[in-house]
Design a protein. Structure first.
Length: 73
């Protein structure tokens, strides 16, 4: 079994299913990707909380810089 990935291309809005690439392997060309570990069945609320936490992380410039990300404001 494999982990599950959801990727979205740079500039895509995510308003339609075709904006996403989904599968059981990483999309090497994807700029952004979310992975769910194989062997677990997270609740929908857990997935939403994780995505919101990642959003908060990137909203904090100090955290982003400390983590070594090269992200423009």
């Amino acid at each position: 079994m494999a982990d599950h990935f959801v990727a979205i291309a740079r500039g895509a809005e995510g308003s339609k299913y075709s904006d996403f690439t989904v599968g059981t392997s990483s999309a090497s060309t994807a700029l952004f990707e979310f992975r769910v570990l194989d062997g677990v069945t997270p609740k929908n609320v857990e997935v939403i909380k994780a995505l919101e936490a990642i959003e908060r992380f990137f909203e904090n410039p100090q955290q982003v810089k400390a983590a070594g990300f090269d992200v423009a404001s």
